[in-house]
Design a protein. Sequence first.
Length: 515
Amino acid sequence: MGRDTFYITTAIPYVNDVPHIGHAYEGVATDFVARYHRQRGEEIFHVTGTDEHGLNNQRAAEAHGMSPQDWVDSMAPKWREVWGRLDISYDDFIRTTEPRHEAVVKKLLTAVHDNGTDDIYLGSYEGLYCVSCEAYYTEDELKDGLCPIHERPVELAKEENYFFRLSAYTDRLLAHYDAHPSAIEPSSRRNEVLSVIRGGLQDFSISRTSFDWGVPLPWDETHVCYVWFDALANYITAAGYGDDPERFAQLWPANIHMIGKDIVRFHAIYWPAMLMAAGLEPPTQVWAHGFINVGGKKMSKTNATSIHPFELLDRFGTDSYRYYFMREIRFGEDGNFSWESMVDRHNADLANGLGNLASRVLAMVESYFDGVLPAPVVEGAESDLPAVTADALRRYDEHMLAIQLQPALGAVWDIVARANAYLVEKQPWKLAKDPANAGELAAVLYAAAETLRILAVAIHPIMPAAAASLWSQLGQPGSVADAHLPAAGAWGGLEPGARTTKGESLFPRVEHEAQ
Ligand code: ME8
């Protein structure tokens, strides 16, 4: 763990229900970014977890006739299981009910409480509360009298609470965002946040007495900590705020908090102010992605549009799942899931695109060269593939560093398209008919196989299993995970003489089905 460690987090979902493909979208996007940075040889710390306190979870437990602790203990493994099937390479998984986290919540509360400025004070509050958001709304924030996010009725709630003096942070937040133009992405979200801050910030309550499923306040145990104050602190728990100052100094501030667009104000207003109040630095960047809709509508249990990731994983496999969502939807905007588009994308880009390229090249090396990669004798086989791959990898890198995940994959698939076209132009299957063309045939197949090697490295962050399979089919030593960019993307890395094997098809075709 060094000073340059790239620290990236996801939001931690409530465990009042099982995951749907919207939650998984965030998990996959974050993992794609984390794995890409790892592929560049960087040290990564990737954290995810579950948000287990608060009324949302307590009510779910009650509805199932369970204690909150039994309920969250039964749910957390269901989330981890999905992350496992999605090949999410997290380094730490925080459950907010863990003692290490509860200790951090208390430590953070104490730091703010004792900062000498009365940033926490006792007051009373009456307002309209959305249980799903765990947040109060004003009348004008409601949409047709309903919560603007969940479109569900709000409840009139009245409590004596401790408050956090958010109003005192208006200027500091504005100064922070002025000095750090890319601290909130995309820019549409930044503008939203700035206009909320400029509109004036209200203090928010950080404790509850109406239920007890939470962390008791260290100075008044009759109150439990507000779930958002508790949940946001997970990011510093994982970094060692509680018990490892040296590690914390290396990891904090986080490089990226990846979150959905509905929770921007908590991350870009509450959280930086809470950190400032505790004498800590705000995160470097909050990146808010869009929502996955189904049939053009928000996913919800009530209209039965909620899709569990397993439904898709069982049919398409993990790699195709990961690829589809990152390639189909412009990251930062809302996107629609449909079975048709997923089948089409799978067949076009994976089965016919990359899969077909790999199987053709490996089959030809096997039948024309007995599975031993030929040396690239050059005559007659000048290829633009070295230039094409170099240019595509450069664009891939730029897009990935800017979290432009869709065009990043587009750049990689430019390589696939060019390599398939190259084979059509060179027609190695025709060259193979005349021994006089052996040199050219060797050069063509070397160029195609070297392109495949580069593709294996490039796709590893998005399709780890297919990349590993391709790497071993090409007879490459070691693990593709250790083939770091940019060096491993340079042309000529494939050693002639390598033993190739044509394994199982990387991406079997999927047929359209009546849903
Ligand atoms: O907000 N499409 O938890 P959560 C894309 N516990 N992303 C979606 C989505 C969809 N249809 N639905 C939800 C919470 N998400 C808090 C977070 S973090 C300190 C505490 C995203 O279970 C959502 O935007 O409601 C959020 O980033 C994540 O899933 C968890 O949502």
